[in-house]
Design a protein around this ligand. Structure first.
Ligand SMILES: Cc1cc2nc3c(=O)[nH]c(=O)nc-3n(C[C@H](O)[C@H](O)[C@H](O)COP(=O)(O)O)c2cc1C
Length: 442
């Protein structure tokens, strides 16, 4: 068998409830521990044993899901504290966390990420989001428009990068004899004056080990992808179909190349939720078992929320009348390209199961070799550089992914057996901004 000449980048989405809606209702779930060290640590350590490149902590800044009828909360793994807690209990795995540019200030964020990157010896990534909700928790009567949010995000990242660069790499001299710990000539103010931020700088911390912690982004709209292609080292994306995933990656590469960036150093990682069984029949049974756990009120709520329609007068086996699926300029790209087309061919009950499985991401039911075949097909077709692995349920579904699927990919030469390199950027094959301490072969 010929070995592939490049390997997949793999990250694990830390979804402690499980990705499948209501998977937490399984008798063996660890729903009581969500957000607690015991569970987060077990998940991240399991990912490190499987040599996953990084774990990913998402975030939201509101409790709207619960307030509007959802049966559980989101945002229970606050990313900065979660990454911090994982540093001493892991050695090599990357730690990626979400921070919103809409509700924070660049000076604070530059410090938090520089601190984490320093404490972890260069293992940190930042998922840059502009948030779609949360305004009422930050003194704003409504959310800024997507255009304003992304303009602020672009300037935000520019300021943060300047702050990370405001200390030269050799500014700390610790010269005991002369009595200087730091060489002040190697620290510069940034004097940033812009549309959203005025920041004098410099940062009050040394430049982080990676200089820039890895930058992650998941915009799907024209504005979002345009921003992402200018900054992202790692790109998350919801791609349920192969041809669209190929087109997305080609378009992203074209945009990045136009900006003078090397697309080979950018990792585009669509999400995938594999429901894995020892046999195909067992996998199908597990998928059905998870579908049966969906709380019908919650499932309907999810359909109504994602599609933004009222279905209260409809039976679960009805289709949503097309005239209710009205497009308007505030619709998200995903609504237009993924969710509405789904609603045009599925009943409410089928939509409930579909959205519980993946909310726009790819899902696959099968044995580990079957799931690996699908992933390799996508990878070899140019649809992606790897995947963000969504565990259907925790802990069993997650362990099947890490302990059955990942070894299958390793055996076929598509997943790494060992970490190589000193920082997340080196280990993952991203742009390296400082001279590496050791040579990395990826
Ligand atoms: C895998 C993945 C993870 C995401 N994580 C977050 C998150 O943690 N917090 C958040 O506010 N948005 C998150 N998003 C949403 C994106 O940042 C983005 O807003 C969304 O894809 C819509 O694109 P747009 O902003 O260009 O309209 C995520 C998206 C994807 C695909």
């Amino acid at each position: 068998m010929t070995r592939p000449d490049r390997r997949m980048a793999l990250t694990l989405f830390i979804l402690e409830f499980g990705y499948h809606t209501d998977a937490w209702r399984l008798p063996g779930s660890r729903a009581e521990e969500v957000g607690h060290l015991s569970l987060t640590r077990d998940m991240v350590q399991a990912a490190e044993r499987a040599k996953i490149d990084a774990v990913f902590f998402a975030d939201s800044l509101d409790v709207d899901s619960v307030r509007n009828g959802g049966n559980r909360a989101t945002g229970l793994n606050e990313p900065v504290s979660s990454m911090g807690a994982m540093i001493p209990v892991t050695q090599e795995i990357g730690l990626m966390g979400t921070i919103s540019t809409t509700f924070t200030e660049p000076y604070n964020v530059a410090r938090q990420l520089a601190g984490l990157d320093t404490l972890s010896d260069g293992r940190i990534g930042w998922n840059i989001v502009t948030s779609i909700m949360g305004n009422h928790n930050f003194g704003m009567s409504k959310m800024p428009s997507p255009d304003v949010r992304y303009r602020r995000a672009a300037e935000f990242v520019e300021v943060v990068k300047k702050l990370w660069e405001s200390w030269d790499g050799d500014a700390v001299i610790a010269d005991r004899e002369a009595g200087w710990w730091v060489d002040a000539d190697k620290i510069r103010d940034i004097d940033h004056v812009g549309e959203f931020f005025n920041v004098q700088g410099a940062l009050n911390m040394a430049s982080p080990p990676q200089m820039h912690p890895a930058l992650v982004q998941a915009g799907q709209s024209e504005t979002g992808v345009s921003f992402g292609s200018s900054v992202a080292d790692v790109v998350y994306t919801a791609q349920p179909e192969l041809s669209r995933a190929i087109a997305f990656r080609e378009d992203f590469h074209r945009r990045a190349a136009k900006l003078g960036r090397d697309p080979r150093l950018i990792k585009i990682l669509p999400g995938i939720m594999p429901i894995i069984g020892e046999t195909e029949a067992e996998a199908r049974d597990l998928a059905q078992q998870l579908a049966d756990l969906i709380n019908p009120a919650q499932g309907r709520w999810q359909v109504e929320r994602v599609l933004d329609v009222d279905t209260s007068d409809l039976d679960l086996d009805d289709m949503i009348p097309p005239e209710r699926l009205v497009d308007h300029p505030d619709r998200h790209e995903r609504w237009r390209s993924l969710h509405r087309p789904m609603a045009e061919r599925m009943t409410i009950r089928e939509l409930m199961v579909e959205l519980s499985r993946a909310a726009g991401h790819q899902w696959v039911v099968g044995t580990a070799p079957q799931v690996a075949d699908r992933m390799i097909d996508w990878f070899e077709s140019g649809a992606c550089d790897g995947f963000n692995l969504n565990p259907p349920d925790v802990p069993v579904g997650m362990h099947r992914m890490l302990d059955l699927l990942v070894p299958e990919l390793q055996e076929r030469g598509y997943a790494q057996h060992e970490y190589r390199g000193d920082t997340l950027r080196e280990r993952m094959g991203l742009e390296v901004l400082r001279t590496p301490k050791t040579t990395t072969v990826l």
